[in-house]
Design a protein around this ligand. Structure first.
Ligand code: GLV
Ligand code: MN
Ligand code: MN
Length: 449
């Protein structure tokens, strides 16, 4: 029989191709797209089979709830994100969701209820692949979004509000594929698969996102399982890692403007080439991060050149900058230097520029008590407890505004992530599942102490 960990991995594999990807030749699942909707429909089915009541909240988070011994009990939240980067691996995000479902499935199969409810959450946007900022969904649940933050558009000019208002996954109807056309508009509807998927009326404007905030005190903890996305665990021959905290992140959107012109007639010394300026900026980003040392990293990962023709001097370039470190002061100092360099080079080259800070996520330590509990749970599975910091961002860093958080890392092959070569074994995922289940039991034993 397939173990729960292997099934969690296999489910990520299933979600790795169309219709769960928006691109036919790679995995790319951005926020509020048809692939996102299709994935939620499938996950809702798995949640239903595991004994959960399933809802889509106003921020497009899919939430499966397994009630505790008493109705309306506080909940342990478990989850991760369903969106992906472009040309992604299959496990960054979805594995934390499918493992959460496996935890509940095993409790359900044993007919067990705990003194608290469990909610498994599929957050919709952790990567920021579509809109300039990220983590809209966990920020909505944690109540850290303000209306201003929602005023963003994707590269096609579609506003976040508009995208949410037209996003309506349908419940999967037994025997009829994905139930195309069965748009949910009412509060609760039972379907032939035997579980309810409810969705509030389609939200207007940013209301849906703001209404998704959970009540302070309603969550006892948040647990996220995630592939490590780095090489440490594999190098040390370890299946699991205990995360102690997540590095601080800053994201900027930069626009450099020069003057577009004919590539054959504009003499070199008279040009105001926006791309040559941006190229200098990219090298400055790399140099400053290298000079900073330690765990400081900075990346330009996205760039658009306008007008983008072989025979036209580039008139405008838009690009992103992502700066991270476990040390917030070091991160801020590097960011200051980068912004100063962009100002200097623009002056020198006769360029205009605009820089917008689109995201500032502080470093987020995991909760010491939960870490101890998760450490004991890992040790019980026969795996040594290796503590490590996460350089990658996770929904857990946002959820820490709502409740204490814990994170479990799972070894991935060659430390590769954000790459289709991402790979994780069913065996390691099963070790993670055992640790999560034991963590849940321990939380149950100590609940109310
Ligand atoms: C997400 O993977 C991030 O760290 O940006
Ligand atoms: Mn990622
Ligand atoms: Mn991730």
């Amino acid at each position: 029989m397939v173990n729960g960990g292997a099934r969690a991995v296999a489910r990520c594999d299933e979600l790795g191709v169309a219709p769960y990807s928006d691109a036919p030749d790679m995995l790319f699942r951005a926020f509020l797209t048809p692939a996102h909707a299709a994935s939620l429909e499938r996950i809702a089915q798995w949640m239903g089979e595991a004994g959960m009541h399933v809802e889509l909240d106003g921020a497009a988070n899919l939430i499966g709830r397994y009630e505790g011994l008493e109705a309306d009990a506080r909940a342990l939240l478990i989850g991760s994100h369903i969106d992906s980067v472009r040309d992604a691996g299959r496990y960054d995000g979805p594995l934390g969701i499918t493992l959460g479902i496996e935890c509940v499935a095993s409790l359900h199969a044993a007919g067990r209820r705990l003194p608290f409810a469990i909610e498994v959450i599929a957050f919709g946007d952790e990567e920021g692949s579509r809109f300039p900022a990220s983590m809209f969904c966990s920020r909505a649940i944690a109540g850290t979004l303000d209306a201003g933050a929602l005023d963003v558009a994707d590269r096609d000019g579609i506003l976040l509000d508009e995208a949410r208002a037209t996003f309506a996954p349908s419940p999967p109807l037994g025997g009829e594929g994905r139930g195309e056309g069965a748009v949910l508009e009412t509060s609760t509807r039972s379907i032939s698969g035997g579980f309810p998927l409810s969705q509030p009326s389609p939200p207007k404007g940013g209301e849906g996102f703001l209404a998704a905030a959970k009540r302070a005190g309603s969550a006892i903890a948040f647990l996220e399982a995630h592939i490590e996305q780095g090489p440490l665990l594999e190098a040390e021959g370890l299946a699991l890692g205990l995360v102690t905290g997540i590095a601080a992140q800053l994201r900027f959107q930069v626009m450099i403007e020069g003057r577009a012109g004919h590539a054959g007639t504009n003499a070199m010394h008279l040009r105001r080439d926006a791309l040559a300026g941006a190229a200098e900026a990219v090298l400055a980003v790399e140099r400053i991060a290298r000079e900073g040392g330690g765990d400081l990293v900075a990346t330009v990962g996205r760039m658009a050149v306008g007008p983008g023709a072989v025979n036209v001097v580039p008139g405008r370039v838009d690009f992103s900058i992502d700066v991270r470190s476990g040390d917030e002061a070091a991160r801020n100092e590097a960011a200051e230097k980068i912004l100063d360099e962009i100002a200097d080079l623009s002056d020198r080259r006769g360029l205009d520029f605009n820089i917008e800070r689109v995201q500032d996520l502080p470093a987020s330590p995991c909760d010491p008590k939960l870490m101890d509990l998760l450490g004991e749970a890992i040790a019980e599975t026969g795996h040594p407890v290796r503590r490590l910091v996460s350089g990658a961002g996770h929904d857990a860093m946002v959820m820490s505004a709502l409740c204490p958080t814990a994170m479990l890392f799972i070894r991935c092959k060659d430390g590769i992530s954000h790459n289709p070569a991402e790979s994780v074994t069913g065996e390691d995922a099963d070790a993670a599942l055992k640790a999560m289940r034991s963590f849940i039991d321990k939380l149950g034993e100590s609940y109310g102490d």
